[in-house]
Write a protein that binds this ligand. Structure first.
Ligand code: NAD
Length: 326
């Protein structure tokens, strides 16, 4: 089937697009390359550089492509940026999402898959792991926007009956992650592999649920078959402290120095871990990659990337433009 993947030059979207292509679907990627990289877009699919906030262009693309499924991963993903520029966040994460849906619906959309966030939508939970029944308590414009987009999808499902699957990701990590919500793992790797001391904010006892990219991709494959409207946590249920994470990444990179210590960041949540039983019963999904295995894969990718970037000559001496983003 034909699938439109937005944000397919980014971390998660590029892996999802790659898998859809591999299992035989026709895939079109739309991305404005604001945080994504052209080199991450898998070969063998059509890439369209466009901004979801450009409604006229999006209408033209969507009506030309007439995809059965939209996998919506493009977003403004920086929580702190959403606090500083809430309108900018809202335009991409709410308005452009609603527009994309409306545009695709008019062209015969069959299914909409939406990348939401179980890492921020619940706010500070009383206890973990958190199930989907827990009331949402957004504490940032980014979280409010994700929740708002979910409500629009639920409302549209009631209005038009189109299938929508919301995947509330925990902190996703793995190859090709350059930053973002779960950026702590990539920030630790990037610094340690380069011989620099990463910072820990606060005492490092804050705990997060880290889910490996391959498991997230698997959830996106299973979501293709899901009918109706559903919201599913996609995580591991395991909470890992930032301190322990530091030790694990340091062991993989053989980095012997202690972290720098910075004051706690205002508004940072203390703990998060997602109950994934609903995804298990409804999608037949469960996470397969433990943190040790996933970190080893992420570490191997970072070592390769740092080597490649160091070998890449400065822009003035290059003809092509391989990304030098670290
Ligand atoms: N990484 C995580 O841990 C995590 C957790 C929860 C939810 N999510 C959600 O998953 C999705 C993908 O996140 P990611 O970590 O891969 O981030 P990412 O920044 O790597 O990917 C987002 C992509 O969207 C593109 N984009 C941004 N604004 C756009 C616009 N206006 N028009 C077109 N393209 C645009 C960017 O260029 C980028 O390629 C996002 O919706 C994010 O909110 C991520």
């Amino acid at each position: 089937m034909k699938i439109l993947v937005t944000g397919g030059a980014g971390f998660i979207g590029s892996h999802v697009a790659e898998k859809y292509l591999k299992i035989g679907h026709e895939v079109v990627v739309i991305d404005n390359l604001s945080t994504g990289l052209r080199e991450f877009v898998p070969r063998g699919l059509r890439f369209i550089e466009a901004d979801l906030r450009d409604f006229g262009t999006m209408d033209r693309i969507v009506s030309k492509e007439r995809a059965e499924v939209v996998s919506h991963h493009a977003a403004q993903i920086d929580v702190r940026n959403s606090v500083q520029r809430p309108v900018h966040d809202c335009l991409t994460n709410v308005a452009a999402t609603v527009h994309l849906y409306e545009s695709a619906r008019r062209q015969g959309l069959r299914k909409f898959i939406f990348a939401s966030s179980g890492g921020v939508i619940y706010g500070e939970p009383d206890r973990i792991p958190i199930s989907e029944k827990t009331s949402a308590a957004p504490q940032s414009p980014y979280a409010a926007a994700k929740l708002s987009a979910e409500h629009y999808l639920s409302c549209f499902h009631h209005l038009y009956g189109i299938s929508s699957t919301v995947l509330r990701y925990a902190n996703v990590y793995g190859p090709r992650q350059l930053g973002g919500e779960a950026g702590v793992i990539s920030i630790f790797f990037r610094n340690m592999v380069s011989g620099r001391r990463p910072a820990i904010y606060g005492d490092g006892r804050q705990r997060r649920d880290f889910v490996f990219i391959d498991d997230v991709v698997d959830a996106n494959v299973r979501a293709l078959e899901h009918e109706g409207f559903g919201i599913f946590n996609i995580g591991t249920g395991v909470a890992t402290s930032i301190r322990d994470l530091y030790r694990s990444v340091a062991a993989i990179t053989r980095f012997a120095e202690p972290p720098l210590h910075e004051p706690p960041r205002q508004g940072e949540l203390f703990q998060n871990a997602l109950d994934v039983r609903l995804a298990s019963t409804s999608l037949g999904w469960r996470p397969h990659t433990d943190l040790k295995t996933g970190l080893a894969a992420a570490g191997a990718w970072w070592r390769g990337r740092i080597r490649t970037v160091r070998r890449t000559p400065p822009r003035s001496r290059r003809r092509a433009t391989p990304a030098r983003v670290l």
